[in-house]
Design a protein around this ligand. Structure first.
Ligand SMILES: Cc1ncc(C[n+]2csc(CCOP(=O)(O)OP(=O)(O)O)c2C)c(N)n1
Ligand SMILES: [Mg+2]
Length: 619
């Protein structure tokens, strides 16, 4: 028997029937899901069977938390939903930390799990994998969790999930299917995917923002993770339904060197071959050049624009020098960012200038830093509208040369001059006081790893996806000290601040883009939260350099204890022989001492037949 979606099935028991599990699998396929990350168990076998029949790749991790981070890595790298499949109960809770991390970082992760039977009274009678209320537990960590009550509800629930990944802020979703529904026959067809048009900005708000930006003396741009995956970055290949202006598209093409194609409806578009670049980031850079605004990014916004650009301050929002400067800018444009305490690393950052916020999430407009001009819209469309507004210079000719140092605006207002844009004035900018202070602070933070990070940077190809963990090597080191230009990426668990993210996230990213280099950075503590995923990477033959910064345990926490005047307790860990451990898993393992050895090891690992653990002893 064929069903919509065209997949025929023959089951051992005779003529096949379409079941709830089949409708689930076929709907996922219709939405373009080609891979799920998870672990099979008694309750989800029907789903595994239907997925296998539908040709979906099932990647088995060694722990459901690893599946969650892998799906998240896949989602962050591609902008497409990452799907996790677990069994009921402990498996769902194992994945829960990863879902909460995805919530914090606005990553579209879909967890599908069975649940206790619909017919079960759920009164704590000891049903296998029973918990008090699994769906409610997950609902408090995700955008939402839904327990369906009939097979017919499955395509509707999935359709709602996929729509919510694109219509606003993408956040994780849990779909629970009572185990007794999975094998039920059904005639409901799989869901038919549809496009949710990206949210266009309010022209009046754009006009106000353009006027403010166009007359700003010290404008600044802050980019968050929302810039990587605005709707326009991931919509239909020719983008013909996205109403971006021809002017914006031409500017984009000029900047990326992409050829322009004209679509059936006469609109100009840039082909999908340039999809690895954030089109939204490119527009933000063009706006920066036209207004002379330096750009700083959050951790999640890292590499949305080239960090080598003279106007880019990198992912340094946590540095006091950058905060002091930002606080004195007269106009700040924040795009796709919460401007959260975990972005600033302090709780009470305040601006003195006027704040324009662009975000798909209306809730962001009245956050800790309320927007003076709120623009609730897709970031690409809003930037496109700003760039074509007459109040914004149409050429990059308004770069304020001075002052970019941290003096209070009032004292400086008179000395602000506007200079004609040329390459020379931008090059000169990197010598300015602001950049010098940034560099000094970065160096102080990352001194321990400075030459090591440089050695790693030198051997990583431009399109490398770097995954990082909540370890000092990553946030004091790589976040500000490993510059990345697009199409490179930096995937890091901010906000929720989990440990064990980097390795499984790299597995997900590498599965999404087998042709792109992917590298892992983690501390010895973080690595051991998901060390078992080495087996997954070995099994899949993924050439991942995994650089472990070894300091004998939870270094940051140890330092905090000392700073409090405590004697360190519970932070010095017995470590395994990491090289021996890697070899036992079938991976490569090497200990390095010098930056040269590190660079060489990372370079070699990129071309190995599987993962390589590279042990870097902290000085
Ligand atoms: C899941 C989880 N458990 C505990 C913590 C608390 N924590 C934050 S940093 C840290 C130490 C991490 O050790 P390591 O990865 O070796 O980095 P280091 O601090 O040594 O650089 C711990 C335990 C956390 N963030 N997440
Ligand atoms: Mg450590």
């Amino acid at each position: 028997m064929n069903v919509a979606g065209g997949v025929a099935r023959v089951s051992a028991g005779g003529p096949s029937t379409t079941t709830a599990a089949h409708v689930l699998a076929l709907t996922l396929v219709a939405y373009g899901v080609d891979t799920v990350f998870g672990i099979p168990g008694t309750h989800n076998l029907a789903i595994y069977q239907a997925l296998a029949e539908a040709g979906v790749r099932c990647v088995t991790t060694r722990h459901e938390q690893g599946a969650g981070y892998a799906a998240d890595g896949y989602a962050r790298a591609t902008g497409r939903p990452g799907v996790v499949l677990t069994t009921t109960g402990p498996a769902v809770l194992n994945a829960a930390a990863a879902l909460a991390q995805a919530y914090s970082d606005s990553s579209p992760v879909l967890l599908i799990s069975p649940g206790v039977p619909l017919t079960h009274p759920r009164l704590g009678c000891g049903y296998l994998h029973e918990s008090k209320d699994q769906s409610r537990a997950l609902d408090s960590l995700c955008a939402w969790s839904h327990r369906v009550t009939s097979p017919e509800e499955i395509p509707a629930a999935l359709s709602r999930a996929f729509a919510s990944f694109t219509e606003g802020r993408p956040r994780p979703i849990h779909l629970e299917i009572p185990v007794d529904l999975l094998d039920l026959p059904t005639s409901v067809p799989p869901a038919t995917p549809f496009q949710v048009p990206p949210r266009a900005p309010d022209p009046a708000a754009i006009a106000s923002a353009a006027t403010l930006l166009g007359t700003a003396l010290r404008p600044a741009i802050v980019l968050g993770g929302g810039v990587h995956h605005s709707h326009a970055d991931h919509s239909h290949a020719d983008h013909s339904h996205v109403h971006h202006s021809r002017a914006g598209t031409l500017a984009l093409a000029e900047r990326t060197g992409a050829p322009i194609v004209t679509t059936a409806n006469g609109k100009a578009a840039v082909p999908e071959s340039h999809a690895h670049h954030s089109r939204t980031g490119t527009l933000a850079l063009i706006l920066a050049e036209r207004t002379g605004a330096p750009i700083v990014t959050t951790a999640n916004g890292k590499a949305a624009v080239p960090e080598s650009h003279p106007l880019a301050l990198g992912a340094t929002l946590h540095l006091p020098a950058v905060q002091t400067w930002l606080a004195t800018c007269d106009v700040v444009l924040a795009i796709g960012t919460e401007l959260a305490p975990s972005d600033f690393w302090i709780d009470d950052f305040r601006l003195t200038g006027q704040l324009i916020r662009i975000d798909v999430d209306p809730a962001q407009m009245q956050g800790d830093l309320p927007a003076m001009i709120p623009i609730v819209a897709d970031a690409y469309l809003a930037l496109d509208a700003l760039l074509t507004h007459p109040a914004i210079p149409q050429k990059p000719e308004h770069v304020p040369r001075e002052p970019l140092d941290a003096g209070p605006l009032a004292e400086r207002r008179d000395s602000v001059v506007r200079a004609g844009w040329d390459a020379q004035s931008l090059v000169g900018r990197s010598d300015s006081v602001l950049w010098a202070r940034r560099d000094a602070e970065l160096e102080a933070l990352a001194a321990r790893w400075g030459s090591q990070l440089k050695a790693v940077r030198d051997v990583l190809p431009a399109d490398t996806i770097v995954t990082a963990d909540s370890s000092m090597f990553c946030y004091y080191g790589a976040l500000g000290g490993l510059p990345i230009d697009p199409p490179g990426r930096f995937l890091y668990p901010t906000g929720f601040g989990t440990l064990g993210f980097a390795l499984p996230a790299a597995i997900g990213a590498k599965i999404a883009y087998p042709e792109r280099p992917v590298a892992v950075l983690a501390g010895d503590g973080a690595f051991q939260f998901s060390v078992q995923e080495l087996a997954t990477a070995v099994e899949l033959g993924l050439p991942l350099p995994i650089v472990i910064s070894v300091n004998g345990g939870y270094g940051e926490i140890r330092a905090e204890m000392v700073a409090r005047g405590m004697l360190p307790v519970a932070v010095d860990l017995h470590n395994p022989d990491f090289v021996g451990l890697a070899v036992a898993y079938g991976a490569g393992g090497v200990a390095v001492d010098t930056p040269e050895e590190l660079g060489e090891a990372v370079g070699k690992a990129l071309h190995a037949s599987g993962p390589t653990v590279i042990v870097l002893r902290e000085a």
